[in-house]
Design a protein around this ligand. Sequence first.
Ligand code: DGJ
Length: 740
Amino acid sequence: MGIRFDPTSKTLTLTTRSSAYQMQIGPLGHLLHLYYGPLASDCFSYLYLPRDVGFSPNPAALREGRGWSLDTQPQEYSAALCGDYRLSSLEFTTEAGLRGADLRCLRHTISPGKYALPGLPCARGGADTWTLSVTLGDAATGVEVELLYGVYEAEDFITRCARIRNGGGVPMQLQKAASLCLDLPFGDWELLHFFGSHTMERQPERVPVAWAVQTVASRRGFSSHQQNPFVVLCAPDATEQIGDCYGVMPIWSGSHETSVERSQTGSVRLVSGIGSADFSWQLLPGETFQTPETLLCYSAEGLTGLSQSFHRFLRAHVARQGAYDRPRPVLLNSWEASYFDFDHDSILRLARDARDLGVELLVLDDGWFGDRDDDRRALGDWFANPRKLPGGLGPLIRDIRALGLDFGLWVEPEMLSEDSALYRAHPDWALTVPGREPTVGRDQLVLDLGREEVRDWLYETFFALLREHPISYIKWDANRQLSDLYSRALPPERQGETGHRYLLGLYALLERLCTEFPDVLFEGCAGGGGRFDAGMLPYFPQIWCSDNTDPVSRLAIQRGTSFGYPPVAMACHVSASPNHQTGRSSPLGTRGVVAMTGAFGYELDPAALSEAEREEVKRQITRYRELEPLLRCGDYYRLDPTAALPLAAWQFVSPDRRETLLSLVLTGAPPGPIPLYLRLRGLDPAASYRLIWMARYGCPDSAVDFPERWSGAALLHGGLVLPPMPGDYPSAQLLFRTDP
Ligand code: DGJ
């Protein structure tokens, strides 16, 4: 069993296939965190023997010897104002003016299966999942904290969240409620996080954990392009292949906050959860507040091991059920082909051209509704634009389906334009502050999804759209973040709940629509990758990775995204050259190689391609179909070739290790005579691999004198030298297989 309580040492130990996580009920009942790391069956209390540390105060009952302090003991869920000066997990004020909490264990239970979180996305349980619940209480205020742990033995995952209950007699305002606190005894860690911007999301930065507080956060109401909520604590010597790494991933799409502090004793504390900056929540006596869930994974197998564990876990337990069991359609999206400028006939022509290339799904992007001719109006008016589509959506969808294509549609339900019938009818449905000019983003406002009538209206509107028309795919966009956090439906003391209620409302709406339309593929988008997080995956198994479709930029964006999220969750399209965002020109083949990392599609007008390019697109689609199961189910490796080469390379390996795809792109000219040298990963050293095909793009396709066969050991340890690839951004794909 994955959870054990030892009554003698008063330890609670969670074990997975290769990790152990240990807590102990301390001398006064505090829940202490003793250990998280490689599998071990010891009691780790010896790491925290009492010792007198100046200016670290003691609980009155343990004043003798001055050795025991909440400030130096490792906490499972820290709270302020009771002697622990490090990061707190919980902050509140009761109506009686009491703050802080001295949390002591009241009870715990161990049960088979996984706890549920009604109203919040969370990991689904599996055959070997166990739940631990530990309830802590503060006597002075009556506040109780139930800590919930889900233990996934085979997958090496632990989930955590907290339920705060006002067990006192007066109302209280919750100001901070983290999902987890993790104390590590030693401080030599590095923090790997993923920063960015619109069109350049999830760029990795690895910095030493400082003797200070470092915070990765978003107060934008969205998980954001700027700071992704996924973080890793890794040993300074951890590489892709080996070393201690802890991954922390909230299943949450709103404002978030993960802080790391190296304390005076050198220990490190990480506290992660919803963003506390603009948050408060009123709890009346007897009420509870449920925090979102956070995933925890320890890996001794470096960053690749950690990434692959997250990929498998998210695919199996978090992403929309069954979504990764079937092949993804190859789609063509109209956005970069025609932007707002189209009509029935031009979209039909686009669909016909796409069909002739082998595309399966035509997606009509922004501009099809209300009087939407630019991005300044009509959001909220979800009826067909009478000028562009005089017959409505019905005839267009019918004509497209008659071509043998499926139809997909872009929507942006969470937003509204001031210039819209919806805003004119319901100005109070927008998040705006009374007496203050609203902040507009892309000229639009945000609907107050915390309000039931707003959600109901959205549900009815999109239910009708999907019921009326055979739409098999929806691209759900959101092109601004939250700022004017004021809800016309909440009393003053609850205004701090507005941003959080927005997210709960969004999840509720998505849950209803996904349940009602199980066969519709919903793709998430927030101006590209502004909400690429584990909270979205239960509804959106694929997410538009970035509005930047330039293949060279995408190499960095997709690589950064892959640290936490499975490639199959990234929507990746081939677009026109020169690229519309960067102006850079690149070979069509290279754009295909880069897009064949995730859910593949096109974002261009086939009519603008030459005959030779159209033939190349047909070959690309055939290749993608051949590779699709491997891209969807395979293990993903970031290859880091020698730093002397401007070479990006990555590899997919089938779960049985019999097939592998190596993809690479040269982002510059190799300096001098350095050969294109790479070592592969993840193969069976004893197996014999044959090159099934090699395709090179953007460079001469000269003959290559490769051996007939390679052993796995040769590819892993000896490596592979590729022929020179002169040209601008040339690329290659090599597919190897063992004999059947
Ligand atoms: C932002 C998206 O990321 C784009 O792909 C496109 O759908 C536009 N919005 C449409 O307004």
